[in-house]
Design a protein around this ligand. Sequence first.
Ligand code: GLU
Length: 355
Amino acid sequence: MNKYLLKKMTFALLLALLPLLSAAASLPDIRVLATGGTIAGSGASATGSAYKAAVSPVEKVIAAVPELNQIAKIRGEQICNISSQDMKIEYWLKLAARINQLFRLGLADGVVITHGTDTLEETAYFLNLTVAYDKPVVLTGSMRPGSALSADGAMNLYNAVAVAAAENSRNKGVLVVMNDRIYSARGVKKCDTINPAAFADHENGPLGRVNYGKVTFNTRPDKRHTYQSTLKLGIFAATLPEVAIIHGYAGINPQIVETICKSGIKGLVYAGVGNGNPSEEVLTVLAKASADGLTVVRASRVPDGPVTLDAEVDDAKYGFIVSDSLTPQKARILLMLALQKQLPKSEIQRLYFEY
Ligand code: GLU
């Protein structure tokens, strides 16, 4: 082939590729931070319930959904590869530090975190309080492994990337995308152990929908979050103060509560019955622990509704804090972060109402 013809063909090829290249260049940069879970899991049979979570590396999870490349420039990173019942504060700190760094350095327009569904809501709320930027951070997972019939992971990941890439997802705090719904980190919880429609926010409902990547928001979160947070971590934070949760029940042995209060913990979330009520005997133990310096938060074992100040319990008298509508597991996260900042009780109470 002569030189002239070769040059002409190269030029024509470049011209043909140009729209594709410029379309790719204008796609948002979305970083997928993988932590494991069923979305990275696999089972031996498409119809059997037995499977192992957290077996596939991030590259494989992303490669299983090549359609992602049509809506974003995707890069993956492995933060850890665990079932989320093994989630640890150490991984939360690593996630928060990496997300803040990606946004600070302008390396991502949005972040998607793939996560086991068991503690997904806790990681979401932790990041809601510690990511200092208004760019989208979206958590997703799956209830069925990729090997199952009607697996939900691929569409959940596609939809999560679409939400992270959407301009109107900014400034809404950390989001959770599961089963075509978009939820805010504060209110969302896992409400079913096995169904793909496992997540719900009974108090506020979903913020919106995502249908085959088409994002629609109906409302926005009414609480403060992310870049507005006063709980942002210092870059040297290596761990957080120990906070325990006790689940109340009829006939609870107060000595068990006393033992936990005296175990060296810095804070306690008591998930009481009803409006966060402890029994009379437990109240005596909690009142003493509070007077001795333990920060006690009253939450509830009831799935919905707020725990309110000074209803059946005289919180002002005992120096207790109430969790508002945060679940006990999320109330624990806020308390760990507030104790790390050494905030006074009145300030911590304000945070429960605002975040
Ligand atoms: N227990 C596992 C986890 O939370 C599997 C649950 C899931 O991802 O759906 O990682």
